[in-house]
Design a protein around this ligand. Structure first.
Ligand SMILES: Cc1cc2nc3c(=O)[nH]c(=O)nc-3n(C[C@H](O)[C@H](O)[C@H](O)COP(=O)(O)OP(=O)(O)OC[C@H]3O[C@@H](n4cnc5c(N)ncnc54)[C@H](O)[C@@H]3O)c2cc1C
Length: 268
């Protein structure tokens, strides 16, 4: 079946990290009144390469649903076709256009909202930004239900922490949102967290269990209970390159977490 493809007009493009060559994009779908999607889903962008071959790539929506607009966060991948095509799009004077279809994907928040650990590296933070806009709208009712929401965000250098000021401001506004950027190759002047995301996820899980008096590893779920009837008091949402996603999944499995508590999206 042919998918419905829309023309997205670029309204704004900002380089949010020169060293990492990462761009924030704002697009408008003029032909739609509203573009409905769940935070965390992705669009498929379509374009022809230099040989006339149609190329399609997935890009996470970096915003929550907002009328007929959506945002993306994309970094250039060396020798990659699509990321460079996007990064090279001119944004003035009329706005370049790209073709997209979607929304697609199941990397969405489970409801009712539980305590949640959001774990991202690099542009894997894009769907997390969408989640946070949905959970804590700037103008509108808080949907976090008072649950604890951690964002553990790993990059190599301070210059690659995308949307840093935005997440810091949110953490100041919302006491139940905890922003934990961690650098694996920090300069000496960095006073924040260091190391890989796994180290900090482990600390969150262990400290929370100790605080609530919960056993670790958590006891296994009764296999007779149908999956759709299971409910949990904490979930993890992991997004980034496969190595990191696998590492965090293994860590959580070691704490006895059930696979339904671990939602993930891999970019490679
Ligand atoms: C569901 C989903 C959502 C995605 N969302 C985003 C997003 O929000 N932002 C974003 O920048 N990318 C995202 N990606 C990755 C994106 O689809 C492309 O793979 C990426 O832009 C590279 O495409 P390319 O055509 O430039 O390179 P290609 O010519 O396709 O590939 C070049 C090589 O780079 C590897 N690669 C892919 N992604 C990365 C990466 N991020 N860093 C390093 N190497 C990589 C590929 O495995 C491949 O070997 C997502 C992927 C998936 C599956």
């Amino acid at each position: 079946m042919a998918r419905e493809t829309y023309t997205a007009r670029l309204e704004r493009k900002d380089c949010i990290s020169e060293p990492a060559q990462c761009y924030h994009f704002e697009f408008v779908l003029d032909e739609l009144e509203s573009f409905a999607f769940s935070a965390g889903q992705f669009v498929s962008a379509v374009a022809q390469d230099e040989n006339g071959k149609q190329q399609t790539r997935a890009y996470s929506l970096a915003s929550a649903a907002n009328g007929n607009r959506f945002e993306l966060c994309v970094n250039r991948v060396e020798e990659g076709f699509f990321s460079n095509h996007l990064a090279d799009l001119p944004d003035l004077p009329i706005g370049a256009e790209i073709q997209v279809h979607g929304p697609h994907g199941h990397f969405i928040l489970h409801e009712p909202i539980t305590d949640s650990i959001l774990v991202a590296t690099g542009t894997g933070v894009a769907p997390m930004r969408g989640y946070l806009q949905w959970l804590f709208p700037a103008n509108g009712e808080d949907r976090s239900n008072g649950k604890e929401i951690w964002l553990v965000y790993g990059t190599r250098y301070e210059t690659d922490v995308y949307y840093h000021e935005e997440f810091e401001a949110l953490a100041l506004r919302k006491p139940n949102f905890h922003y934990l950027p961690t650098l694996s190759r920090a300069q000496e002047s960095w006073t924040g967290l260091r190391g890989y995301v796994q180290d900090h996820v482990a600390r969150i899980v262990e400290e929370r269990a100790a605080r609530l008096g919960l056993p670790l590893p958590q006891p296994p779920v009764d296999p007779m209970i149908p999956a759709k009837e299971l409910s949990f008091d904490i979930c993890a949402y992991i997004c980034g390159l496969n190595n990191m996603v696998s590492g965090v999944r293994e860590l959580l499995a070691g704490y006895g977490w059930h696979r339904k508590q671990i939602v993930f999206e891999r970019y490679d």
